[in-house]
Structure formats: C-alpha cells, structure tokens
Design a binder for this molecule. Structure first.
Ligand SMILES: [Zn+2]
Length: 279
C-alpha cells in the first residue's frame, strides 16, 4: 500500500510538470549538483536486496539515464568539481563496487545504451573463488576475471581501485593503508595499461575510513576518493571524500528520477526536521 501511494505521488509529481518547474527554478537560482550512482550486483539469481537490483530494473535504469540524464565519466564529474564549471542539469556518473561477475552483463547493457561507467575492483579477488563474508548464505556469486575487465575497457568503461584485499580503512594502520592503495593501483595499471585515477574505499561508511588517509590517497596518485554514503556532489566537496547514491534503495524508477533531479530535497529536509528516518 505504502509503495502504491509513493508511486502515485511520483507519477503525479512528474506528469503535472511540477518536477520540471522545480528543477528549472533550482537551476536558475544557482543550485548546482551532480550525482554518482553506486551498484554492487545486477542479477536475477537472488531477490533484490541492499546490494542487488534485478536485470529488468537495471534496463529501466539505463533507459532513464540515456533519455533523461546527462551521463558522463567520473573524469568529467571531477573536472567540473575542480574547475568550478557549471554542470549541466542532471549530470550523473555510474559506478559499481566489488567485482561481481554480473557486472560484465551490466557493462554490456550500459554500452548498448551508450553509457560509460567505472567499476571499482579489489584486485586480490579478481579471477578467484573468493566469497565475501556477507555472501556466505547466498548462492555462489562468481567474481570477474581479468579478461572480463579488459572487455569492460573495450566497451568504453573504466576500472578504479577498491583496494587489494577489501580491508576496513577505519581500522587498519597507515602502513597497511599505504600498501593497499599503492599496490592495487600498480596492479591495475600494469594489467590494464592505463592510469587508475579513482579510489573507492571498502564498506564505504563514514567510520570505514580515517580522514587522515585522504592526503595519502592523493599522495599516491589518485585524483579522487569515493565513499558509499549518500549525497550529491556539490562545489563544497572539492578535494574531499565524495558521496555516492546506492541504487538498490530505489525500488521504483519514478522515485529514483525524482531523487536524482533534486526534487525530493525539501521532503528530506522536512523529514529530518521532524526526526523521521528513511524515505
Ligand atoms: Zn566493497
């Protein structure tokens, strides 16, 4: 029932023209933001969960992105952020974490729609039988191998570092952090023969990364560091840890479009004011 009411509100919002009017107003009043979306798995082998979307949902997502958003590589998000340029409305970059093998399918569907993406990979797990601890109760979720990553590159996508062994950067010491950052970059650059500019730290929460490691990320040659907590990319975040929007949270594409267009910000503000959690 709640879902039906939500869908009805999203439909009304969209087709009444309110969404477009609100977006124009926000743009002309100087509001500037971009989004980076975050996926883990795209598969029908298990039901949707906090890390998983279905293949049908993903195809709808790709159509929405192609038809109604300005999808760019991370390098463009970074350039706009660092130069202070004005991002076109609805500028979005697409990312994936953790090297699940279904990401190759996603990479192909994205390419069919002309959409670039970045895949963040923990190098130690590529081409192995490794199962992440949180997946032990699930059917086997295979990992990408290096041939898959090269196909992704040929499709126009990019590979980023997600460390070597997927440790929690909130608990490891500086020597280990340096080794994880440097080693994963070196391995990826050797195997893929291209510079690796982006790092996404494992687990992605605020407590899973020590602020003191951000200068280290830059010192070791990365241009930006991504988390997994949500938020838009706004000018105030230049040089800081960048947020991403986890896609499995949005069961309806209508809800996702409203969110990424910035139209729900007032709802979130109201909710946080009255202390309601979740949306
Ligand atoms: Zn991860």
């Amino acid at each position: 029932m709640k879902h039906l009411v939500k869908s009805a509100i999203h439909g009304l919002y969209k087709y009444s023209g309110a969404m477009s009017a609100q977006e124009h107003l926000a743009f002309w009043s100087g509001r500037r933001f971009m989004s980076v979306t975050l996926f883990h798995r795209v598969t029908d082998a298990i039901p949707p969960d906090g890390l998983t979307v279905t293949t049908a949902w993903f195809r709808e997502f790709c159509q929405l992105m192609r038809d109604r958003f300005n999808v760019v590589p991370l390098a463009e998000v970074h350039r706009i952020l660092m130069t202070g340029a004005t991002p076109p409305p609805r500028t979005v970059a697409i990312t994936f974490d953790d090297c699940y093998r279904d990401n190759l399918f996603a990479a192909r569907v994205l390419a069919e729609h002309g959409l670039p993406a970045t895949f963040f990979i923990p190098t130690q797990y590529v081409g192995t039988e490794h199962v992440f601890p949180w997946d032990h109760d699930l059917p086997r979720m295979p990992n990408l191998d290096w041939r898959d990553t090269r196909e992704m590159q040929r499709l126009g996508h990019e590979i980023g570092s997600h460390s070597v062994s997927h440790p929690d950067f909130g608990t490891i010491g500086p020597d280990e952090a340096r080794r994880e950052l440097a080693e994963s970059k070196r391995i990826l650059e050797d195997l893929l023969q291209t510079p690796v500019r982006w790092f996404a730290y494992p687990f992605g929460g605020k407590s899973n990364f020590r602020p003191a490691y951000l200068p280290l990320v830059h010192e070791l040659g990365y241009d930006a560091c991504f988390s997994a907590y949500n938020g838009f990319i706004e000018p105030s975040l230049r040089g800081k840890i960048l947020p991403r929007e986890a896609m499995p949270y949005f069961r309806s594409i209508g809800h996702l479009e409203l969110h990424l267009s910035g139209c729900l910000d007032w709802v979130y503000r109201c909710k946080s004011r009255v202390g309601l959690l979740g949306v």
